[in-house]
Design a protein around this ligand. Structure first.
Ligand SMILES: C[S@@+](CC[C@H](N)C(=O)[O-])C[C@H]1O[C@@H](n2cnc3c(N)ncnc32)[C@H](O)[C@@H]1O
Length: 248
């Protein structure tokens, strides 16, 4: 993702200096924090939180100005109020229901220091041909079934404003999907198809929503999707970064 976004981890208009504090919610493997730690002074304090610790990196693999802990973004420690210069969150689209998004952004606002920044990153639309459209409709059905908003990108700006964040900056990038897009298109295809494979069990368990009736049909749809992306110049997926400031 960094590759498609100007090779930058921080898009908020700040330079992190000694004594600043950075939080990443929904950190997963902590890859964003680990990468950022190579670019900032060693005494920038970094916290990574997630509802699960299973993806956290082994302690010997990261510097001791990074800490990982288990917290939901919807309920961060009270002691963190007004604490962080920057709070980053990436790719929670498949995890949070609408009410949880509001709670999450409220909690992030609370723990951001006055004058500090939030930085969110989520996907928006993706386009190719008819197979892609069928697959999108199937994902929309799954999202509806789980109460998840796959189009959270439509609501994020308003949620940020409602919470009190100001100075919204939006960076939107359309990345190529499939072989026609060269090395970047192939890398992106591999990432995205892996995410879609992860929906196999929930879709089949829910009965396929009228789009697939068996494991074989699901697998065939995935194969057809990759072929369509590869052979449809102009297949793209758009991602958005939002940065906004907590007023002083
Ligand atoms: C798709 S992964 C993204 C991981 C990481 N942000 C990245 O970009 O590599 C989503 C992560 O969100 C975490 N997650 C889901 N619900 C959460 C919640 N309520 N609070 C904090 N983390 C959550 C999951 O455990 C998972 O690690």
């Amino acid at each position: 993702m960094k590759r498609g976004f100007d090779q930058k981890n921080v898009h908020a208009p700040i330079t992190l200096i000694s004594g600043d504090r950075v939080l990443e919610t929904g950190t997963g493997s902590g890859i964003w924090l680990l990468d950022l730690s190579t670019e900032v002074p060693i005494d920038v304090e970094m916290q990574g939180t997630d509802i699960e610790s299973k993806m956290f990196p082994a302690p010997e693999t990261y510097p001791n100005n990074i800490q990982f802990s288990v917290h939901s973004v919807t309920s961060l420690p009270q002691a963190w109020t007004d604490r962080f210069t920057l709070v980053h969150q990436r790719l929670l689209v498949a995890s949070l229901q609408e009410a949880q998004w509001r709670k999450a952004i409220n909690e992030i606002y609370r723990v951001t220091a006055p004058g500090g920044w939030i930085q969110l990153f989520e996907p928006s639309e993706w386009h190719a041909g008819p197979v892609n459209e069928k697959h999108r409709a199937m994902l929309a059905a799954l999202s509806h079934h789980r109460g998840i908003i796959w189009d959270c990108y439509k609501y994020i700006p308003q949620m940020l404003a409602d919470t009190g964040f100001v100075d919204l900056k939006v960076i939107q990038k359309e990345l190529p999907l499939g072989k026609w897009g060269g090395e970047d298109g192939v890398a992106h295809r591999k990432n995205l198809i892996e995410v879609w494979w992860g929906t196999k069990t929930p879709i089949l368990k829910a009965g396929g929503f009228g789009f697939v009736n068996s494991e074989q049909e699901f697998d065939q749809l995935m194969t057809d999707l990759e072929t369509e992306w590869d052979n449809t110049p102009g297949s793209t997926h758009t991602y958005i970064t939002w940065c906004a400031r907590k007023p002083l």
